[in-house]
Design a protein around this ligand. Structure first.
Ligand code: ATP
Ligand code: MG
Length: 556
């Protein structure tokens, strides 16, 4: 029944919308969602899916969305991550207004609820070790066994729990467990642990606590405390939902309790998504930090040159469902091309320069060629590009012995230089090792671009820069970070050793001098590039290739 409804709605929104609409027609006046990251790493594109969903849903239905740091685990969390997460959510274009919360600020409240549960005989202090607890828990096919400490009386439980809080016991010596049902078919309901002892310093509460609530206990309470109506999470929590509902109810939040809804997490081809694995890459120095432009992190994508618009568009296109899937990275690339197509200025940059000398062009003459900034967007206007006797073209645009269908430059062949003249190759100059160092051409003054020349046609148009005016820069070309698909079943994490190619000397037309860190351009025929925000200096540009112009990816 539920399946059917989800499919029927897939065109008009997703199944979460239908739940929300149903609730708004019923008992709810407004919705309230939250995005609850744990500050133990930087956000990635999977989180963007959740952010777009939670903030997007709130916006669509005139509700609210909180940013809440789920910081109940002291060991791996850090304020560096808190700051980066705030920056990334803002950059994606979402606003939590005055609703920035920390789960750690509710520690006293969780404790109160735990005491209430003990008093009602619904929780007990257990002395089983982690290993013993595993043995007692049973399996999917066999029921669990009750802990020998399950029937401690309320006074003893209250006393022990208080002493746990005071720090009288070492880590692992005791836990507080819910008293639910050791024979439940759902293992999550077999007297789950609510609190554990951890003598660890927390990034916001310092040493105030040495017992910490488990995720399954804290999360429903956080949602209930904040008045969340729809608690949207990923599929792996589906089996935890009965426990979520149990905690909310037993804590006394019975009026409009939050409703947990699960959706499939995003995986992308040729990359890893889990924070644990991303952290490992950073810590092992295999990448240039969390914001390495190859990383699927928001900060990595931003540094690479992705725009918030392109990421939001991607999240829109992938949709939301309950079926786990790994999305083709080509779709993300499609979205950034689509966004930059009419926005980015198109300039000429030569990645692998080959000198081209026009022997019949006057020495010292400079012509300023008017070239449109973006053929797809007239509003971006035109710029003037200096044309001189000495130019650079792309090495691969010349072949001394052209293969079939090579329509670019070759001895005796004529091509058009973009926005300038037709040139014909007359000579090839080589060094003593036989490497080509220059090609010599003649130009035909009749063929000037814009002159209306129709005498003859050429098949190839090449980009070029003036050797006397170009700007030297570094260009970094990226390939996928992983060879395999680590996010798919049996996928392995094998780093692509050729995922970064650095070109130290590429030559760009002088218009680029106005570029600022973060600016994006199309380099004609070579792809979209972004001025690197970290390594660019006043004297030297570093460009990251966001994406090439062509792809084998097809929109379905
Ligand atoms: P990871 O496994 O990468 O550490 P996580 O789920 O532990 O992810 P959290 O910080 O707890 O990371 O996630 C915050 C929110 O983002 C959660 O609601 C979670 O469901 C969602 N989220 C995390 N990863 C993805 C993903 N790949 N696709 C969609 N949503 C995700
Ligand atoms: Mg988590």
């Amino acid at each position: 029944m539920e399946e059917k409804k989800e499919n029927a709605l897939s065109n008009t929104g997703n199944f979460i919308h239908s739940y929300v609409q149903e609730d708004l027609e019923g008992k709810l006046n407004k919705i309230h969602t939250r995005f609850p990251p744990e500050p133990n790493g930087y956000l990635h594109i999977g989180h963007a899916k959740s952010i777009c969903l939670n903030f997007g849903m709130a916006k669509l239905y005139g509700g609210k969305c909180n940013l809440r740091f789920d910081d109940t685990n002291p060991t791996k969390e850090d304020t560096e991550y808190v700051e980066s997460i705030k920056e990334d959510v803002k950059w994606l274009g979402f606003d939590w207004e005055d609703r920035l919360y920390f789960a750690s600020s509710y520690f006293e409240k969780y404790y109160e609820v735990a005491v209430k549960l003990i008093k009602e005989g619904k929780a007990f202090v257990c002395d089983l070790s982690a290993e013993e607890m595993r043995e007692y828990r049973g399996t999917l096919n066999t029921p669990g066994k009750e802990s020998p400490y399950r029937n401690r009386n309320i006074e003893e439980n209250l006393d022990l729990f208080e002493r746990m809080r005071k720090g009288e016991f070492p880590d692992g010596a005791k836990t507080l467990r819910a008293k639910i049902d050791m024979s439940s078919p759902n293992i999550n309901m077999r007297d789950p642990v609510l609190y554990r002892i951890a003598h660890a310093t927390h990034h916001t509460t310092g040493d105030a606590w040495c017992i910490y609530p488990m995720y399954d206990f804290a999360h429903p309470l956080e949602d209930a405390i904040e008045g969340i109506t729809h608690s949207i999470c990923t599929m792996e929590f589906e089996d935890h939902r009965p426990l979520y509902d149990w905690v909310v109810k037993e804590a006394g939040y019975t009026k409009n309790p939050p409703r947990q809804i699960e959706f499939a997490r995003l995986g992308l081809t040729n990359t890893v998504m889990s924070k644990r694995k991303l952290r490992a890459l950073v810590e092992e120095g295999l990448v240039d930090g969390w914001d390495d432009p190859r990383m699927p992190t928001i900060s990595g994508l931003r540094r690479r040159g992705f725009t918030p618009e392109s990421i939001r568009d991607f999240c829109e296109r992938i949709g939301v469902s309950k079926a786990n899937s790994v999305v083709d990275s080509g779709l993300l690339e499609y979205c950034i091309r689509d966004d930059l197509k009419a926005k980015a200025k198109v300039v000429m940059a030569v990645l692998h320069p080959l000198k081209l000398v026009i022997t019949n062009y006057p020495e010292g003459q400079i012509e300023l060629m008017d070239i449109e900034n973006n053929p797809e967007n007239e509003q971006l206007g035109t710029r003037q590009v200096p044309f001189t006797k000495n130019l650079y073209i792309e090495q691969e645009d010349f072949m001394e012995e052209p293969v079939k269908k090579f329509f670019r430059l070759a001895p005796g062949k004529e091509v058009r230089l973009k926005g300038a003249y037709f040139v014909t190759c007359t000579d090839v100059i080589k060094d003593k090792n036989g490497n080509i160092t220059e090609v010599h051409c003649t130009y035909d003054p009749e063929t000037k671009s814009g002159s209306g020349f129709t005498g003859r046609k050429v098949k190839g148009t090449l980009h070029w820069v003036s050797a006397d005016h170009c700007v030297k820069a570094t260009a970094r070309l990226y390939d996928y970070m992983m060879l395999d698909n680590p996010e798919s079943e049996n996928g392995e994490m094998i780093m692509n050793e050729n995922s970064l190619e650095v070109i130290e000397n590429c030559y760009i037309e002088p218009a680029i001098e106005e570029a600022k860190p973060g600016d994006k351009y199309q380099f004609m025929r070579n792809g979209y590039f972004c001025v690197d925000t970290k390594d660019t200096t006043k004297e030297h540009f570093v460009f990251n290739r966001i994406v090439s112009l062509k792809s084998s990816f097809k929109l379905k």
